[in-house]
Design a protein around this ligand. Structure first.
Ligand code: HMG
Ligand code: MG
Length: 307
């Protein structure tokens, strides 16, 4: 039984980031086979896109140091389809590692602010683009497509308020390189609904097609679903989420879990918005992974649906 709101999209795409954004911050080592099990369970639950890992410097994100081994394990489970799982690549070295594994979808990740570019990428705001440009060019030449993230779109823990025009400029530069999708990140979960509608409107006014936009909310202040509703009203149809609400960025002070996939699924079910994803199967997966992490899922829906 659902009660739609007139004017919202009938269907959305959920871009699952749990195995990457969800696990990258975990300090205790997680066996590669558990990570592979998480990815395959999420695919089995009907998630159309599951971001698997990051080819970043292993010293910067030790938890994902097994990215190559994980891709090998996933290839053993999924065959050629493993190549369709997106992976993060910050630079050419990361791209080389991803292409060696045959990856067909890569994502670069930029920052709208100077401080986070420096802390997360060891680059200034301006020089991050010089790092990404050859990555995007070579990825496209190799037949891969490129998603680009923009972090700190709604607030930055060091700089405070973020100028939305700077966010648009950051995103436009990444799209101009050839990225096909732009994911606007509320890295520390401080954004509120009015900001979301305003930012999407600025991108549209700058000529960005709505289909090229995705929204990536962390739920630090409990605003993620309200922000999704604002995004739906603005016409965005791709939302990033993380099974069980795992997540956080190791280089962003006060970044906590992502919007939980289950919370988003419950919300969509109530509104009659199609996702193609089996809520019960995602809940079971989050409970399974919580067992491996040794603590319960922070997702309200996972807790509510627990037997
Ligand atoms: P750097 O130290 O400036 O790297 O780090 P460099 O280019 O100077 O290279 C130094 C050494 O590292 C060289 O080795 C390179 O080969 C090696 P040496 O010659 O000294 O022996 N190296 C690598 N090795 C393996 N893989 C690589 C790689 N790159 C260089 N890819 C760098 C720059 C970008 C690499 C580093 O800052 C980094 O890895 N950062 C990643 C941080 C990260 O992963 N953060 C989390 C993801 S972002 C996020 O979560 C936000 C998001 O969810 C959206 C949102 O919420 O807003 C996406
Ligand atoms: Mg994130």
């Amino acid at each position: 039984m659902s009660t739609p709101i007139a004017g919202l999209p009938e269907r959305i795409t959920i871009y699952e980031v749990g195995p990457r954004d969800g696990l990258q911050n975990e300090s205790a080592p997680i066996p590669t086979e558990v990570k592979a099990g998480l990815v395959t369970r999420l695919l089995d639950a009907g998630l159309p896109v599951v971001e698997a890992t990051s080819f970043v410097h292993p010293r910067w994100v030790p938890q994902l140091a097994d990215a190559g081994e994980l891709l090998d394990a996933l290839t053993a489970h999924l065959g050629d389809a493993a190549r369709d799982l997106p992976v993060l690549v910050p630079n050419e070295r990361g791209l080389d590692r991803a292409l060696e594994r045959g990856c067909r979808h890569v994502a670069v990740f930029g920052s709208a602010t100077q401080t986070f570019a420096q802390r997360n990428l060891n680059r200034s705001w301006d020089s991050q683009f010089a790092m990404f440009a050859p990555v995007v060019e070579r990825a496209l030449a190799a037949g891969a497509d490129v998603r680009a993230y923009v972090s700190m779109c709604f607030g930055d823990p060091w700089e405070g308020a973020v100028d939305p025009d700077r966010v648009v400029e950051t995103g436009q530069r990444l799209l101009a390189m050839g990225a096909t999708q732009l994911s606007l990140g509320d890295t520390i979960g401080v954004g509120t609904a009015g900001q979301v509608g305003d930012l999407v409107g600025r991108f549209v006014a700058a000529g960005t097609p709505l289909e090229a936009l995705a929204l990536h909310f962390h739920d630090t202040y409990g605003q993620a679903l309200a922000n999704v509703l604002a995004g739906l009203h603005a016409g965005v149809t791709t939302y990033d989420a993380s099974a069980g609400g795992l997540g956080g960025c190791p280089y962003a002070r006060s970044a906590t879990g992502n919007l939980a996939t289950e919370d988003l699924l419950w919300f969509c079910r109530g509104l009659g918005i199609e996702t193609g994803v089996d809520l019960d199967a995602v809940v079971a997966t989050s409970r399974w992974v919580a067992g491996h992490l040794g603590r319960p899922s922070p997702s309200a829906v996972v807790r509510a649906l627990a037997d």
